[in-house]
Design a protein around this ligand. Structure first.
Ligand code: AMP
Ligand code: MN
Ligand code: MN
Ligand code: MN
Length: 285
C-alpha cells in the first residue's frame, strides 16, 4: 500500500455552502478542476440542493450527485455517504427535509446548553446562517469569531464534541433506514471515513456487518489522515464482505489548508473501486 498522498482525478466526498463548506458550487468545481479532478461527488451533510444547480456549465468536470447523511448507530453518530442518488426521488427529498428540521432544533438545544455553560447567546448569529443544513461547524465558527473561545479545536473539545460539556445527543435515524433511503433513491451507500469514529476493530467489524445486512455496498478507504495498519485490516474485511471501496478528500474549502480536492493516499490496489459499480456507469462511461 502506498502511504503518500497523491493527486487523484476522482474525488467522491466534498461540501459546499449548502452545508458546512465555505464555497459555492461553482467555486468548489473550479477548485477541484484546478487540482486536476475530473469526477467530483458533491456530498453535503443532509442536503441535496447543489444537485438542482446547473453544474454542467463548468467544462471538464463531472459532478456526481451525492449526500452525507448523519445516522444513529448505538450511541454514535455515523456518516453514510450516498453516491449516484436521484435528487428528485420523493422519499429522499422528504427525508432530507426532516433531517434539516432536526438540525435546526438541535442547534437551538446547543445554544441553550452553551448559555448554561456561561457562554453568550448565539441564536442571532445562528439565524443569519444561510445554509440548508445547520452544522456544528457553523456553530464553532460563530463561537470563535465572537471571541468566546480561542479555537475551533477548543470549541469541539470543551463544548460541542462528543465529550464536551454542551454536547447534544441526537436521535438520528437508524443505519438501516438511512441505507434504505439511499437505495430507494437509486444510490450506493458508503460508510464515510470509518477511522474517524474512534471505534475499536470489533466495533468496526460490527458496524460493517450491520451495514451489509442493511444493504450497504461500499466503504471509504482513501481519505486524508488514515492509519495504515487499520486500513490494511479494513481491506481484508472489505474483501471478505465483497464491498466496494470509495475515496474522497472531504474538502470543505480553502480555509482547511491541509485538505485539497483529490489529494490523499491511494486506496489498496486489491479493492474494487466504487466507480466500477453498475450504478456508476453513466458517470464514468
Ligand atoms: P454535524 O454534522 O453538525 O454534527 O457537524 C459535523 C461536522 O463538524 C463534521 O462534518 C466536520 O466538518 C466538523 N467537525 C467535527 N469534529 C470536528 C473537530 N474536532 N474539529 C473541527 N471540525 C469538526
Ligand atoms: Mn463537515
Ligand atoms: Mn463526515
Ligand atoms: Mn464530509
Amino acid at each position: 500500500m502506498n502511504h503518500t498522498a497523491i493527486n487523484h482525478t476522482i474525488d467522491l466526498h466534498s461540501h459546499t455552502r449548502y452545508s458546512d463548506g465555505t464555497l459555492t458550487l461553482p467555486e468548489l468545481l473550479e477548485q477541484a478542476k484546478q487540482q486536476g479532478v475530473t469526477h467530483l461527488a458533491v456530498t453535503d451533510h443532509d442536503a441535496i440542493s447543489a444537485h438542482f444547480e446547473d453544474a454542467t456549465s463548468i467544462e471538464g468536470i463531472n459532478v456526481i450527485p451525492g449526500t452525507e447523511i448523519s445516522c444513529q448507530y448505538g450511541n454514535r453518530e455515523i456518516h453514510i455517504v450516498g453516491l449516484f442518488i436521484d435528487p428528485n426521488e420523493p422519499k429522499l427529498k422528504a427525508f432530507i427535509k426532516r433531517q434539516q428540521h432536526q438540525r435546526k432544533e438541535r442547534m437551538q438545544q446547543y445554544v441553550e446548553k452553551l448559555v448554561k455553560c456561561g457562554l453568550p447567546d448565539f441564536s442571532e448569529s445562528i439565524a443569519e446562517v444561510k445554509a440548508d443544513s445547520l452544522t456544528r461547524t457553523h456553530l464553532s465558527q460563530i463561537m470563535v469569531q465572537s471571541g468566546a473561545v480561542a479555537s475551533i479545536d477548543k470549541v469541539f473539545k470543551r463544548y460541542i464534541g462528543r465529550k464536551g460539556s454542551a454536547y447534544v445527543a441526537m436521535a438520528w435515524p437508524a443505519l438501516e433506514e438511512v441505507v434504505s433511503v439511499i437505495k430507494e433513491a437509486g444510490g450506493v451507500a458508503v460508510i464515510a471515513h470509518p477511522q474517524r469514529y474512534q471505534l475499536s476493530r470489533k466495533q468496526l467489524q460490527m458496524l460493517i456487518d450491520d451495514f451489509v445486512d442493511a444493504g450497504g455496498e461500499a466503504v471509504e478507504m482513501a481519505y486524508p489522515n488514515i492509519n495504515v495498519q487499520v486500513n490494511q485490516w479494513l481491506t481484508k474485511v472489505l474483501l471478505q464482505r465483497k464491498l466496494y471501496a470509495s475515496q474522497g478528500s472531504d474538502y470543505h474549502g480553502p480555509e482547511w489548508k491541509w485538505v485539497r480536492p483529490g489529494y490523499f493516499a491511494p486506496m489498496p490496489k486489491e479493492l474494487c473501486p466504487v466507480w466500477q459499480h453498475p450504478r456508476a456507469k453513466s458517470y464514468f462511461g
